[in-house]
Design a binder for this molecule. Structure first.
Ligand code: NCD
Length: 306
C-alpha cells in the first residue's frame, strides 16, 4: 500500500497505514532473523545536509540489518552540492543508483521539493524547524509499546516548541488519536507555532511556562532541546538555554507510570541522574527508532508482506 510513496510530513500516512508499520516493527522486534535478507539487492541513499547521529545511524543500521546496502553523504561539502548543484538535480541523479532516499536539510520544504523531482521514495529526516516524521514514527511506536496505547493520555511537550521539529510532527500525529490532551510547556519566546495549534480542537490543549505546575498530571513528558542552530542571535539562545532542567527531585510529584521521552541529543535539559529512573525511556526510544525505520523501508519498497 505504501510502495513508492514519500514520507515528508507526519500525517502523510493514514492511521491504518501507520498501524501497519507499527505491526511490522513488532514482528521485526519479535524475530529479527526472519528479516536478515529482506532487502538484499536494495540500496538506501542517505543525503544529510545537516548533522545527525541517531537518525542517520538508525537508518543505515536498519538497511544493513535488512540485508540491503547504503550510499550517501553526511557532509554536503563532499558532494556536488558544494559546486552549486540543486537539490532536485541531486535527487534525480541519486534515483539512478538507489531505491529509496533519506534526506535531512536545513531548509524547510527541501525534502518536499526533492520528492517532486524524484523517481524513488524520499523520506524527510528533518527539514529545518519544520517537521521530522520518522522521529514521530519512533515516538509513537515507543508510546504504543510502553504505554500499550497511543490515545487516552495527557502529554506534556516541553522546551523549544517554536523551532523543535520533532515536537511539531509529534503533535500533528497525536492529534489524530482519541482523547489526547496536550500541555505545551515553553518560555513565551519559544511557544508552539499557531499553524500547529490551529489544527487542534478547542479544549484539547493548554499552554504554560511552568513544568513544575503540571508535572503531576502527565502520562508522558516529552522533553526537547533548545535549538541553538535556529536562533538568530547567540545572546537570546544563552538567555533561554537552561530554562528547563529536569532533575530527579523535580520528578517527585510525577506519576509512577509516566514516561520521560526525548528525541536526543540532550544538552542540559535532562540531568544525567534521571537516566537511571525507570520512567526515563529516551534510550529505548532510540532503539525503537531503528525498528520502525526497518518497517518503513520495507513498506516503501513494497516488501512489507514478507
Ligand atoms: C532531533 C532533530 O534532529 O530534530 N534529533 C533527532 O533526530 N533525534 C532533535 C534535536 O536535534 O533536538
Amino acid at each position: 500500500m505504501l510502495k513508492d510513496r514519500h514520507l515528508i510530513e507526519s500525517n502523510d500516512f493514514t492511521l491504518v497505514e501507520q498501524e501497519e508499520i507499527f505491526e511490522l516493527a513488532d514482528q521485526i522486534i519479535a524475530d529479527q532473523d526472519k528479516f536478515l535478507d529482506a532487502c538484499r539487492g536494495k540500496l538506501l541513499a542517505t543525503l544529510f545536509y545537516e548533522p545527525s547521529t541517531r537518525t542517520r545511524f538508525s537508518f543505515e543500521a536498519a538497511m544493513l540489518r535488512l540485508g540491503g546496502q547504503i550510499v550517501g553523504f553526511s557532509e554536503p561539502k563532499s558532494s556536488s552540492v558544494s559546486k552549486g548543484e540543486s537539490t532536485a538535480d541531486t535527487i534525480r541523479t541519486i534515483g539512478c543508483y538507489a531505491d529509496v532516499a533519506v534526506m535531512r536539510h536545513p531548509k524547510e520544504g527541501a525534502p518536499r521539493l526533492a520528492s517532486k523531482a524524484s523517481t524513488i521514495p524520499v523520506i524527510n529526516a528533518g527539514d529545518g524547524g519544520h517537521q521530522h516524521p520518522t522521529q514521530t514514527l519512533t515516538d509513537l511506536l515507543t508510546i504504543r509499546s510502553l504505554k500499550k496505547e497511543i490515545g487516552n493520555q495527557t502529554i506534556g511537550v516541553c522546551g523549544d516548541l517554536k523551532f523543535g521539529r520533532t515536537a511539531h510532527s509529534l503533535v500533528k500525529a497525536l492529534a489524530k488519536y482519541d482523547n489526547v490532551h496536550f500541555i505545551f510547556i515553553s518560555p513565551p519566546e519559544l511557544t508552539i507555532p499557531s499553524y500547529i495549534l490551529d489544527d487542534l480542537a478547542e479544549g484539547t490543549y493548554e499552554l504554560t511556562k511552568s513544568l513544575d505546575d503540571v508535572m503531576d498530571r502527565l502520562d508522558t513528558l516529552y522533553m526537547t532541546r533548545i535549538q541553538k542552530e535556529r536562533f538568530f542571535n547567540e545572546e537570546e539562545y544563552l538567555r533561554l538555554k537552561g530554562y528547563y532542567i529536569l532533575t530527579e527531585e523535580k520528578l517527585e510529584n510525577a506519576k509512577d507510570d509516566m514516561i520521560i521521552m526525548h528525541p536526543l541529543p540532550r544538552v542540559d535539559e535532562i540531568c544525567s541522574n534521571v537516566d537511571s529512573d525507570p520512567r526515563a525511556v529516551y534510550f529505548d526510544q532510540a532503539k525503537y527508532g531503528m525498528y520502525v525505520r526497518m518497517a518503513l523501508i520495507l513498506k516503501l519498497l513494497g516488501l512489507g508482506g514478507i
